[in-house]
Design a protein around this ligand. Sequence first.
Ligand code: ADE
Length: 335
Amino acid sequence: MIVKTPPEQQKEEETFEANLRPKVWDEYIGQEKIKSNLRVIIDAAKKRQEPLEHLLVYGNSGLGKTTLAYVLANEMGFGIQACSGPALNQPGDLASILTNLQDGEVLFIDECHRLSRQVAEMLYSAMEDFKLHLIVGKGPMARTMDLDLPRFTIIGATTRIALLPSPLRNRFGSIFQLNFYEQADMEKIVQRSATILGMEISPAAVQLIAARSRSTPRVANRIVKRVRDFAQVAGVPRIEEAIAHKTFGALEIDELGLEPEDRKILQAIITKFQGGPVGIQTLAASVSEEQDTILDIYEPFLLQLGFIQRTSRGRIATPRAYKHLGVAQTKDNLI
Ligand code: ADE
């Protein structure tokens, strides 16, 4: 048996990640409405021989925002640089990235709701008139200097559009929302990833994995890789339902795709807070999770399933959640 060191293993994961990522439109599954609108934008920009307009893509984690940005840049025939809001914490960092871009190049900014105010303000003028307004020197000697920038395209991505400052939001030519994927599209994604990873897989196993992947491609890809591990260890040459079930059992993923953390959150609302409403901060503290992790990772799918509701007074567990967990709604935990 070949034993891989952790850096080798991480490199392998990254390579798979890169291999699984679609590079052209035809490989990008689902989100048909967005794709057809983007195709028009791309074709028009190509005909005018202009760079793409700035675009904002929002939606829950793992739905393919980064992937979409890479496909867009590739389809336009331009290069792409990627950075993220929290990593760009000094205006100087942004200035150096922008001045080094080529004409037409795409700058992908992930988590753009987390840009600092100073960096966001520098970005406003850069996006609007392709100029950097710099202040050189300090005190009475300070003066402004304008620097011309190449005609770049910003593709911003965020999971929290409501947190984006409106001057930033207004500077994007188009805004697209990525939605959870349909079962049929999830099945195509699972089949495609399994094929890229060299796995033989039965249609029933594809269907099962797709159904438990939270309508989210990133989750599907993660599960496909884990199922492959279990199959390899068990010496199973072809992925059938049995090995997928074994993997779900080991990972404690239930028939709806809920993981232990999701169930812990629902249990907490029901048993510790009598079904809610409970504020997000209190809920996060009670399950020892970061508030942002609940907001970005767990809550969107629980909302999608109709297991929780968000009210002005906090989160409420719905009768469906009680039923799924097999908890009776008594007068102590009734909504
Ligand atoms: N990976 C992430 N998003 C995807 C998509 N829409 N199609 C195929 N693979 C993906």
